[in-house]
Design a protein around this ligand. Sequence first.
Ligand SMILES: CC(C)(COP(=O)(O)OP(=O)(O)OC[C@H]1O[C@@H](n2cnc3c(N)ncnc32)[C@H](O)[C@@H]1OP(=O)(O)O)[C@@H](O)C(=O)NCCC(=O)NCCS
Length: 161
Amino acid sequence: MEIDLRPTTTDDLDFVIATENDPVNRRFVVPWSREQHEIALQDKNLQHWIVQGDRPTGYIILAGLNSPDQSIEMRRIVITEKGQGLGRRAIKLTTGHVFDQLKAHRFWTEVKQFDLRTQHLYKSLGFIEEGRLRDCSKGPEGFETMVLLAMLQPEYEQIVG
Ligand SMILES: CC(C)(COP(=O)(O)OP(=O)(O)OC[C@H]1O[C@@H](n2cnc3c(N)ncnc32)[C@H](O)[C@@H]1OP(=O)(O)O)[C@@H](O)C(=O)NCCC(=O)NCCS
């Protein structure tokens, strides 16, 4: 399936919230209320996107659009139809947008330590592991360690040639 990114609208929030609260996704993200998503749609520091194929297949939230450090965060990505390469394509599209359109110097994300699938994906796309934030958040199953991954603009240029 071909995919593209488009801005999320309030009409998409039923899909976003159902996806986020699906047990297959919930433990990998920090779920937001509908109100938090509604506020995010208006927040100039965030970009909230639907991953759109011939139907919505996921969503992405970027943060740090106002960053004076040109440091953009991939706050969240969820893909509903897993294991078909859609997550890889969506992260590639987002990385291109972040460096080419948003002129970021740094694109970073935090992934839960147990989430080896997402770590594999980012690393295989050229993101570098920069460290681990030990027990930095408290989830339903106890304290969680986060893995910090990032790509810098010169590294992106090397990858795209
Ligand atoms: C993480 C996520 C976005 C990836 O999207 P996807 O469409 O399933 O990913 P893809 O099919 O493009 O690629 C998955 C890759 O992980 C690999 N993988 C799958 N399970 C794995 C595991 N347990 N350990 C290591 N790698 C794994 C696959 O082999 C594939 O790599 P490859 O292309 O080198 O073979 C999606 O699975 C998802 O929404 N997960 C729940 C939410 C989440 O974890 N979000 C990220 C944190 S915000």
